[in-house]
Design a protein around this ligand. Structure first.
Ligand SMILES: [Zn+2]
Length: 383
């Protein structure tokens, strides 16, 4: 008879060097640089909106009123920069933050005139990057601070810079992703049924959302499972699994082939169902928040909801390199299909002790982007 698996507690030592502590100038230094960089990007987006903003997103915000937010961002960057400079230890960061904001002011700052935007087919999603970064950093860093799973885990953990790069790339590429997803979905015109769409639209919005969630989950489950179980596809998805510390930024790591294919596949059920815009918007917001939350370093108690929805504990197991968890928990939204197809691993109280792939991947963006090529040339990839 097989011995039961011996679960271990994950050990996270506090890295005092990388920790943020009040009064050192590190918190203000990073805040100044981050706000300075975002301000400069925002000013560029105001100057060249056709090229640097997203047509779909522009309809959702008022560019003129967001200039107020930009104004506060710029002044706070300067304020934090001065504080950092006075605290001495991280002086250089203070200067960089002030410098970035200074350039943003020189380019017109928060007073760049806002006018009609000539739409371009392909643009960079600088607006999407800024808004998503501010929103995610605020919501999920608060969640991780208030309900941390591993209290000792630092924000500047190993490879945070690499994951921030992925975060930026995936958000900047939003317009290319939408173009590709629309092109992909156009191949499914033959499957559109007006009577099905009328039936869906006759339902209450929340029921429409529930149907979208289940249909999208079915597609994402199988897409994800193929990435794991087809030998030649695994190296593409292995990039996402190479992260060894889970937090709000960890889920951003993903090979561009995976990012593009995932969005294109999930568009198919959304397109065929033809639900109301309100239902689609609720689904998109839910999916975006859940995708970040399930990677977070958080122990938020979900109570009975953890038997319905994919939660951090469920998805952390998906990222574990421990034997019983390999090739389990594929679902993105609900646990339904893992339960149905018997691929679920959810020990009641335990969390993983180890994350990542059993075989180490390169640790640079370029190395990871080329990894599907280099790994497939070498053939078999153990997980
Ligand atoms: Zn996976």
């Amino acid at each position: 008879m097989n011995e039961p698996y011996q679960y271990r507690e994950r050990q996270v030592e506090l890295d005092k060097e990388k920790e943020f502590r009040l009064g050192e100038g590190k918190i203000s230094g990073y805040s100044s640089v981050a706000l300075g960089a975002l301000s400069l990007l925002a000013v560029l987006a105001y100057l060249y909106p056709s090229w640097l903003t997203t047509a779909e997103l522009r309809q959702a915000y008022d560019a003129a009123s967001l200039q107020n937010l930009l104004k506060y961002g710029m002044y706070f960057s300067l304020f934090f920069g001065c504080v950092t400079f006075l605290l001495r230890k991280y002086r250089r960061m203070g200067l960089i933050g002030i410098g970035l904001t200074g350039i943003a002011f020189l380019l017109g700052g928060y007073k760049v005139p806002v006018g009609p935007v000539e739409p371009q087919q392909l643009s960079l999603g600088v607006d999407w990057l800024i808004l998503a970064f501010l929103g995610s950093a605020f919501i999920f860093m608060s969640v991780e601070k208030l309900f941390p799973k591993y209290k000792n885990q630092v924000i500047l953990r190993k490879e945070w810079g690499l994951d921030l790069f992925y975060f930026c790339f995936n958000h900047l590429a939003i317009s290319a992703i939408i173009i590709y997803a629309n092109y992909h979905v156009s191949h499914f015109d033959w499957a559109v049924s007006a009577s099905l769409q009328n039936f869906i639209q006759s339902m209450p919005v929340l029921l429409q959302v529930a149907i979208i969630v289940i249909c999208a989950d079915f597609v994402l489950y199988w897409e994800h499972r193929l990435y794991h179980e087809v030998k030649y596809l695994w190296p593409v998805h292995a990039v996402h699994h190479s992260v060894e510390t889970m937090d709000w930024l960890a889920g951003s790591r993903g090979h561009f082939i995976q990012v593009f294919s995932e969005r294109a596949m999930v568009m198919v059920p959304l397109y065929l169902l033809g639900a109301d815009t309100a239902a689609l918007n609720i689904y998109v917001a839910f999916a975006a928040l859940q995708a970040v939350l399930i990677h977070c370093n958080t122990r938020i108690p979900f109570g009975p909801l953890k038997y319905i929805f994919v939660t951090p504990q469920f998805h952390h197991w998906h990222h574990s390199s421990e034997k019983p968890a390999i090739d389990t928990n594929y679902s993105a939204h609900t646990i339904l299909f893992d339960w149905l197809f018997k691929t679920m691993h959810m020990p009641k109280e335990h969390w993983p002790a180890e994350y990542g792939t059993t075989k180490k991947l390169p640790t640079t963006y370029l190395g990871q982007t080329l990894y599907p090529l280099t790994a497939n040339l070498k053939k078999s990839e153990p997980k």
